[in-house]
Design a protein around this ligand. Structure first.
Ligand SMILES: [Zn+2]
Length: 474
């Protein structure tokens, strides 16, 4: 429930950070207890409305009515879960039900009301019910149970007085707390605020997640090399892991074997880590764009939206690349950060911008490499920056109708600097260190096939020496 705000107060946005937990075994158990209790509340509402449906009664869906029923059920019905936490589950149910109802009313008859039980359900506590001191978080519990103290694995990136709620959840094989803060939109000292009349075009891409060109001629290129490397290494790792597990597959139905459970859990954890890395790198890329825009006092970003291209089949390899690109997220992240910085974002059609000369606006042959060359006006420049300048001219309202000047300062930034293998300072644990011997080691050969027998006896080798030396060099 959003709070009532003072009319004319400072504009705010809500932002959420996911923070891991450092837990003892007992704390972990209690956290899972709370999530399970959340799932019980959810299942209880489903069950109740199931009965009512069979009796042809009206379902109980409004938050107030559900809260009344919760109060009637009395304390201790849902284990350690207190009423604030239980009510957050009811709020979730009511929101899901009403949004489904609204969409059904709009003609989407395939949308269904909430009906699936879940073992664990995120539980949220609002401002005033929890306490956060540095990394120590105190979660309330039902009357008669001591409060639960947990330790966060990093400091929350928001000022303490802006934090509005915390949500306990289980995702990707780990327990997390989502901390939501209410942040005021950045206020700049006079003369330093972004100017809405200064426009920059943004071209989204795979090689460069963001290429930005301001109408004054300065440009920014954010490299996504580290992100692509992470995708590739992750794919290679996943394949290697599959091969490894397939080789030592236990027989079907080895009783009491936990091997598959362990393998699946490990795969889930690694997958979660990969997703977090990609997300983090995406956030960094968008942050680089916004920092640059603030520095340039650019107040309007016009983003070329290429989502039309995603419908077209582009071959197996390129399709995978497009799917990993996560274009919607790149736009959302940029929009969120721009909003907080007080920068306006427009989405425009980007069709044809990578094959249009930014200076004379003539069609050019779509460049194969990174450089665009125009035969008419002899323009030579970076393809993505050129596309970004053309996108800037499509700003609604025609803020920039004159062809932009090119050839200002080109800034380079890299996204995902923290990823393994992104820089020489950090060694990728999955890669071999470079060979220390000088000189050539000869032609690269494929690795020898894995030996089936791990303990090969010297006796066995002596049996067929000619097999190892077919040329008879002995
Ligand atoms: Zn030209």
């Amino acid at each position: 429930m959003p709070r009532r705000r003072v009319v004319g107060g400072p504009k705010v946005v809500h932002r959420t950070a996911r923070v891991g937990l450092r837990l003892t075994a007992r704390q972990r158990q209690r956290c899972f207890g709370l999530l399970r209790a959340g799932g019980d509340v959810w299942a209880c509402v489903l069950e109740l409305n199931g009965w009512r449906h069979r009796r042809q009664d009206r379902p109980v869906v409004s938050y107030q009515e559900l809260c009344r029923l919760l109060a009637e059920s009395g304390p201790g019905t849902f284990g350690e879960l207190d009423s604030a936490g239980a009510r957050s589950v009811l709020r979730r149910y009511a929101d899901a039900w009403f949004s489904a109802a609204a969409r059904r009313k709009a003609g989407h008859s395939e949308v269904r009301y909430p009906r699936r039980r879940r073992a664990l359900l995120p539980v949220r506590w609002y401002h005033g019910t929890f306490r956060l001191d540095g990394r120590r978080l105190r979660l309330p519990n039902a009357a008669g149970h001591p409060p639960l103290y947990v330790r966060l694995d990093r400091l929350v990136p928001y000022p303490p007085d802006t934090i509005r709620s915390v949500t306990l959840l289980f995702d990707g094989g780990r327990l997390w707390v989502d901390v939501t803060a209410e942040l005021p939109i950045t206020v700049y000292p006079p003369g330093q605020q972004p100017d809405p009349a200064r426009v920059a075009g943004v071209d989204l891409g795979v090689i460069h997640p963001y290429a930005v060109a301001a109408d004054q001629g300065d440009a920014l290129l954010v490299s996504g090399r580290a992100i692509r490397a992470e995708h590739r290494l992750h794919l290679a790792d996943t394949k290697a892991r599959r091969r490894a597990t397939a080789r030592r597959a236990p027989g079907k139905g080895q009783r009491g074997s936990r091997r598959w459970r362990k393998t699946r859990r490990r795969a889930r954890l690694i997958e979660g880590r990969h997703q977090r890395r990609i997300r983090q790198a995406g956030q960094e890329a968008a942050k680089a764009v916004i920092n640059w825009a603030v520095q340039q006092k650019v107040g309007t970003l016009t983003v070329g939206d290429p989502r039309g291209v995603l419908d077209r089949p582009a071959g197996r390899r390129h399709n995978l690349r497009l799917r990993q690109w996560q274009i919607g997220r790149a736009i959302t992240v940029l929009k969120d950060k721009a909003e907080l910085a007080g920068i306006v974002v427009h989405l425009v059609d980007e069709r044809g911008t990578s094959s249009t000369c930014p200076r004379c606006r003539q069609k050019v042959v779509k460049p194969r490499g990174r450089t665009m060359t125009c035969k008419q006006c002899m323009f030579v420049g970076h393809r993505d920056v050129a596309a970004a300048s053309t996108i800037a001219t499509r700003t609604p309202g025609g803020a920039t109708s004159t062809p932009p000047t090119m050839g200002g300062v080109l800034t380079h930034r890299r996204a995902g600097r923290h990823l393994p293998g992104a820089g020489p300072s950090r060694r990728d644990p999955r890669r071999r260190p470079p060979p220390v011997t000088s000189g050539s080691l000869g032609r690269l050969r494929p690795a020898p096939p894995p030996t089936v027998r791990s303990r090969s006896s010297p006796h066995h080798q002596d049996e067929e020496p000619q097999h190892h030396h077919p040329t008879g060099a002995r």
